[in-house]
Design a protein around this ligand. Structure first.
Ligand code: CP
Ligand code: NVA
Length: 301
């Protein structure tokens, strides 16, 4: 495996291996027993969109391993003045040992991967956010001790994170139930793919149905990066899709609540739930670091 563009680039065994590596790296970081596993290696990070967690965790991860990360704003590099993605990929491959890219169009990261001779990692595109899922599943393992057999409920927008989560659930044997309004359900091709992978997938428009007996409830913003023009329409459509105490009451008593963050309290999630006892969102955010370290180690070491 050269690149990591979709969660479905991984097998069930590879997802579990990354989670195990990440849990081990987390322990090592806390006990100061890390080694410089990527010493003198460099990672180029292209971000067409904003990022706090992804950018900082990959950069700190490279530092932890004795390597170096370069943040590349497309406005500052020649890609912003029309140099092709292909030539950028070819050029960067002569300098660095890996590239991560957060892009508007998934085609951009796919093209980078096609033309780069070094590993390319999808740091979020319009259709997937695979790195996020490794950290999310790692957090579930920490709290529940397993993945297989659990019920994972997605509430809200059937977006990039949702699509990766659905494929990931299918791969690891978690039941996936998404409640999304019409017009905002995950792409049918992704649903089909998840079912082909053996996933037990339910797509409904009723949050109560998805949340019923769930072990994990997950939500994300109603307005993703790139969807800003639809903001007003989305706020109307997603009314009733908030993760709040009422919805949580339908889930298992020990349900955990995940959110990839950034969150908007009072919109997709109530402040009570976001800051309440079921929320594991900051463990999840921390685990981005350990998960990303496992990913770069697997692809770049
Ligand atoms: N969840 C996530 O990818 O966060 P950032 O946008 O801050 O990287
Ligand atoms: N769905 C969100 C996730 C942000 C991490 C977005 O694409 O903006």
């Amino acid at each position: 495996m050269k690149d990591f563009l979709s969660i479905a680039d991984l097998s069930r065994e590879e997802i579990l291996e990354l989670i195990e590596m990440a849990i081990d790296l987390k322990k090592k970081r806390k006990t100061g027993k890390e080694s410089e596993l990527l010493k003198n290696k460099s990672l180029a990070m292209i971000f067409e969109k904003s990022s706090t967690r992804t950018r900082v965790s990959f950069e700190v991860g490279m530092t932890d391993f004795g390597g170096h990360a370069l943040y590349l704003n497309p406005k500052d590099i020649q890609i912003g003045r029309g140099e092709t993605v292909e030539d950028t990929a070819r050029t960067l491959s002569r300098y660095v040992h890996g590239i991560i890219a957060r892009v508007y169009s998934h085609e951009t990261v796919a093209k980078l991967a096609e033309y780069a001779t070094v590993p390319v990692i999808n740091a979020l595109s319009d259709i997937e956010h695979p790195c996020q899922i490794i950290a999310d599943f790692m957090t579930i393992v920490e709290y529940k001790g397993k993945l297989e057999g659990l019920k994972f409920a997605w509430i809200g927008d059937g977006n990039n994170v949702c699509q990766s989560a659905m494929l990931g659930c299918a791969l690891v044997g978690m039941e996936f139930s998404a409640a999304c309004p019409d017009g905002f359900k995950p792409d049918e091709a992704f649903v089909e793919k998840a079912r082909e992978l053996g996933g037990k997938i339910t797509i409904t428009d009723k949050p109560e149905e998805a949340a019923k007996d769930a072990d994990v409830i997950y939500t994300d913003v109603w307005v993703s990066m790139g969807d800003e023009a639809e903001k007003e329409k989305r706020f109307k459509v997603f009314e009733g899709y908030q993760v709040n105490d009422e919805l949580l009451a339908l889930a298992k008593p020990d349900v955990i609540v995940e959110h990839c963050l950034p969150a908007h309290r009072g919109e997709e999630i109530s402040a009570e739930v976001m800051d309440g006892p079921h929320s594991v969102v900051f463990d999840e955010a921390e685990n981005r670091l350990h998960a990303h370290k496992a990913i770069i180690l697997k692809l770049m070491a």
